[in-house]
Design a protein around this ligand. Sequence first.
Ligand SMILES: Cc1cc2nc3c(=O)[nH]c(=O)nc-3n(C[C@H](O)[C@H](O)[C@H](O)COP(=O)(O)O)c2cc1C
Length: 162
Amino acid sequence: MANQELTFDDEQFIVSKTDLQGKITYGNALFIKMSGYNESELINQPHNILRHEDMPAVVFKLLWSHIKAGKEIFAYVKNKTKYGDYYWVFAHVTPSFDHNRQISNYHSVRRKPSDKALNIIKPLYTTLLQKERSGGITASEEALNNLLKEKGVSYDEFILSL
Ligand SMILES: Cc1cc2nc3c(=O)[nH]c(=O)nc-3n(C[C@H](O)[C@H](O)[C@H](O)COP(=O)(O)O)c2cc1C
């Protein structure tokens, strides 16, 4: 039965690595298990193979702008499995650097998100998605920036405060 929520334990980590284009180069056993795919179906595929339609695009825009600039980012992400089920993660995504300090690839480690954080993130993402449907990514970016301005915090500070 599709569209069921899957979970994992508090002490577990879901790990993956990508190349500079976001193609999967590595996934740990839990990453593979949660996805529903075989390892061979994941390696070399774009990481958006796990993209869930409930995710606002603005979150991925922020993710890529951070990591391309050499910065880490934390983000709450709803992922979709091969079978149409889903699981929420709290992701830390970082660039890796070569000897010349050039970005060589990307790395993500995900933990189980707290209910407390998801209670804030879920309605926020619903709002951002609605904004995207009516006014595109500019509208959702504006809504997110307004929320952060109201709170007087940066995206990073907001996410880490949840
Ligand atoms: C290391 C790394 C891990 C990522 N993990 C996920 C993930 O778990 N789920 C997801 O939907 N996108 C993830 N992304 C972002 C995807 O590359 C992609 O931007 C996103 O799925 C949105 O798809 P789109 O860019 O084609 O719109 C990750 C990117 C990187 C670099």
